[in-house]
Design a protein around this ligand. Sequence first.
Ligand code: HEM
Length: 423
Amino acid sequence: MSVQDLLSQPLEATTPISPEVLADPHPFNARLRREAPVYRCPHSGIVFVSDYDTVRTVAKDHQTFSNRFGQAMRGAGEVDPRILEAQNEGYPPVDTMLTQDPPLHRRYRGMVNQAFTARRVATLEPYIESLCHDLIDGFASAGACEFVDAFAERVPMTVIANQLGVPLSDYDLFKAWSDAFVAQLSRMASPDEELAAVKLIVEFQKYFAGKLEERRREPTDDILSDIVHARFEDQRPLDVPEMLSILQQLLVAGNETTTHCLSEGMLLLVENPDQFALLKADSSLVENFTEEVLRLASPTANMWRVTTQDTRLGELQLPAGTMVQLRYASANRDEHVYPTPDVLDVVRDNARTNLAFGYGVHMCIGASLARKELNVAFRVLVERLEDLELGCARADLHYAPNVLLRGMSRLPLRCRVRARSAA
Ligand code: HEM
């Protein structure tokens, strides 16, 4: 059944995390905001929050709405014995930043905060700019590319590999590991896919445990060394599972999301030639365009919380232990905050109030880095690409179903590429 069909049925006819809704969430989210902005799904008992104000209220109240949802995310109930066996080959999962609450959360976050400050990130601008030019040069003569593979995946993956201090020759491994984490997070994988993902994750753990040991013996100037040599207040170093958990988050949270923003941004430019023309005429609008892309793409579309105590939210009474899903992608299209919410408007005056990076203590640690990558990439793309066209039918663009992250897996494009300016 399509989402359009579902819209004529009672809300209870589906769940907000059904594959149909995940494939095309915006019309369903609009209905949730209108009819039940705080909605308890009768099938799962999960409470879905979809309007801007309530999403922000929940994200701010970390005492009542905890991020200790790690176990739920890893999956509850019966686990395939083959998966258990594969997991036992690796290090146990631990809850560090994303799936931890204060005060421990703050301590873990403090271990890597320095690497992501706006000041440190600003120094990366020339490196990111030159990388973007090189990637565009790679498809310039063809006048066509599959944008996700040729550009959108490569920018964040290359930058984070550089910052972590791992060799780019291992790019294909990072990509495979990042995909494995995303498959696990999607909660849509079959047991065989899940098993393949677990095996790759164990491979990731062994690779990085080796690199961390190298840095312990011989420190260098990169995030891996920072992590190995970081100390808690009582001088305890992080243990290997804690370090791996932090690295996993940097790899997945940083790559997939930025990739999705880059590809969604290009699709928005293809579909809105008037807005593309505005950016071409005035590149100072690119930063606001980035905010509109973040708002409309919302690659971290949804995120979990779990209640620590009985509480009231909207019209509902929530017992302790209730799973709550924050629908960031929906909040970012709340018509009470963003008039004509589905429209790209590069001069929208409140675009930067979007919640794409979350809100409160868990607000994205990589927001400055992601904004820098997006601003630089879009500036270079707008400057060099012309006559943008989709290289496939619109209906052939595919969004892999995932309960938390959203983005397209391929984006064939045709374009004319201007030569790199001499400056
Ligand atoms: C466009 C790109 C990005 C988007 C849309 C995004 C989105 C988000 C969101 C919504 C959260 C909050 C989750 C919550 O509410 O619990 C978050 C947290 C996080 N993000 Fe990002 N992110 C992006 C890029 C990055 C980058 C580049 C990195 C690092 C390399 C990163 C690392 C993290 C980490 C480690 C957390 C957990 C922080 C904590 O719990 O304190 N993200 N991100």
